[in-house]
Design a protein around this ligand. Structure first.
Ligand code: IFM
Length: 443
């Protein structure tokens, strides 16, 4: 089974960047060579991770990175998106940890030597635990600690990087971590989510200003995830509920960056659930981006509710992936077109897209045709959006390889490469070969 796009598609040209993505905590392991982070603590708490696993070894990329660079090169991708582990590169006293920095400089040098562009995310959820002990993202000081970390690490990495993203998916850090409590640090309560979100957005803006000084030649931006909100019925009440959910989960993160304000929904939140906004914050948060990273996996459906702003309706009688998310490529093209109509956007990179599937390794092969068809339909959706005038410059498959899927532990596989966690053997899946063949036939 092949992946293909129309011959005249802009994505068929080598100008368009194709890559694979990972994140530090999900693949590295090497736990003894860094400070503890909030995910170590969360994993050690009973009942938080479905298979009681942790990130101590993960894909052992900390030791196997050389082999993993060979793997990335063998796929023929243009770029690799990785994240830096803050607790690996910064010591307790706030100074650089040379050994941790060396790990990344060697990795980045090797990627550069193979002509693979480096897309570096500065925060993909592994907050140092000592900062969480002082309130984590509920404490405004964490934004300033992030600013200092970004200053030090970007100076240390020098010209090894092509693109920096400040944060990956601040929605997940804020909402899942400090409101729903299903991600680290596991804090639950409506009064916390928007406060954490504001400090994350502030951290992003402060980091953008550091990047402008320390790294003016890289493409600097942020990665946001979107789960577009659809109304269950065409009743006015359901439509309004879906709009509110969209503001709460999606627009909340992009609007302050693009327009310097939160959605009007702010006025409908109870005062105790409001963020702590200081004068001048929106000027920092709306520092212009060189690019916007967009992650898309699925949509969500909402209906009106008597006591809440909206109520999510779980997917029923629709195609879903192994993690239970609806397969809805139309939502992807609609999202891209609608963001483009709503905001004055910088160039866009699709920084994550992919699917968890119930893969089976049989005779050293994984015949994941369901994942290939997910990629085909979602690449078609990106192509549709480009044809409708959206400026999209690149696409990253999530993920290079199976890895630690947060609260789902190792039970959900998103890789285009299969990882046997016992032997740490990597096996390219059929989707990996299809992606490789598609990328390599471009002119
Ligand atoms: O694995 C995650 C990743 O860390 C962030 N975006 C979504 C992926 C799939 O859940």
């Amino acid at each position: 089974m092949k992946i293909s796009l129309p011959n005249n598609s802009k994505m068929n040209s080598k100008e368009f960047t194709f890559g694979v993505a990972t994140a530090s905590f999900q693949i590295e392991g090497g736990v003894n060579d860094r400070l503890p982070c909030i995910w170590d603590t969360f994993c050690a708490t009973d009942g938080k991770i479905i298979d009681q696993s942790n990130g101590d070894t993960a894909c052992d990329h900390f030791n196997k990175w050389h082999q993993d660079v060979d793997l990335i090169e063998s796929l023929g991708v243009d770029a690799y998106r990785l994240s830096i582990s803050w607790p690996r590169v910064i010591k307790l006293d706030g100074s650089l940890n040379k050994a941790g920095v060396d790990f990344y400089t060697k990795l980045l040098d090797e990627l550069k030597a193979r002509n693979i562009k480096t897309f570096v995310t500065l925060y993909h959820w592994d907050l140092p635990q000592h900062l969480e002990n002082k309130g984590g993202w509920l404490n405004r000081d964490t934004a300033y600690a992030f600013e200092q970390y970004v200053d030090l690490i970007t100076k240390a990495l020098g010209n090894r990087v092509d693109s920096y993203a400040t944060l990956n998916e601040p929605f997940c850090s804020a909402y899942l971590g400090y409101e729903a409590g299903i991600h680290a640090p596991g804090i639950k309560g409506k009064e916390f989510g928007k406060k954490a979100a504001h400090h994350l957005l502030l951290a992003h803006g402060l980091a953008m200003q550091v990047l402008a000084k320390n790294s003016p030649n890289t493409q600097n931006g942020i990665v946001l995830n979107f789960t577009p909100a659809y109304a269950k019925t065409d009743s006015q009440a359901d439509i309004i509920a879906a709009q509110k959910a969209d503001d709460y989960f999606n627009q909340w993160y992009i609007k302050p960056i693009m327009d310097g304000a939160y959605p009007d929904l702010l006025n409908e939140l109870a005062p105790e659930n409001h963020p702590d906004i200081h004068e001048g914050d929106f000027d920092i948060i709306s520092t212009p981006l060189d690019f916007l990273g967009i992650n898309y996996y699925t949509r969500a459906v909402y209906e009106a509710d008597k006591s809440e702003l909206f109520k999510e309706v779980p997917p029923k009688d629709v195609a879903i992936t192994d993690i239970g998310w609806e397969i809805y490529p139309k939502g992807f093209s609609n999202l891209l077109v609608s963001l483009n109509e709503t905001y004055s956007l910088p160039p866009i990179y699709i920084t994550e897209n992919g699917a968890a599937m119930a893969d089976k390794l049989i005779d050293n092969e994984v015949n994941d045709i369901d994942r290939i068809s997910y990629y085909q339909s979602h690449l078609d959706a990106v192509n549709d959006a480009i044809e409708q005038g959206v400026n999209i410059q690149g696409y990253f498959a999530w993920s290079l390889m199976d890895n630690f899927e947060w609260a789902e532990g190792y039970t959900k596989r998103f890789g285009i490469v299969y990882v046997d966690y016992q032997s740490q053997v990597r096996t390219i899946k059929a989707s990996g070969f299809a992606y490789k063949n598609f990328i390599n036939q471009r002119s």
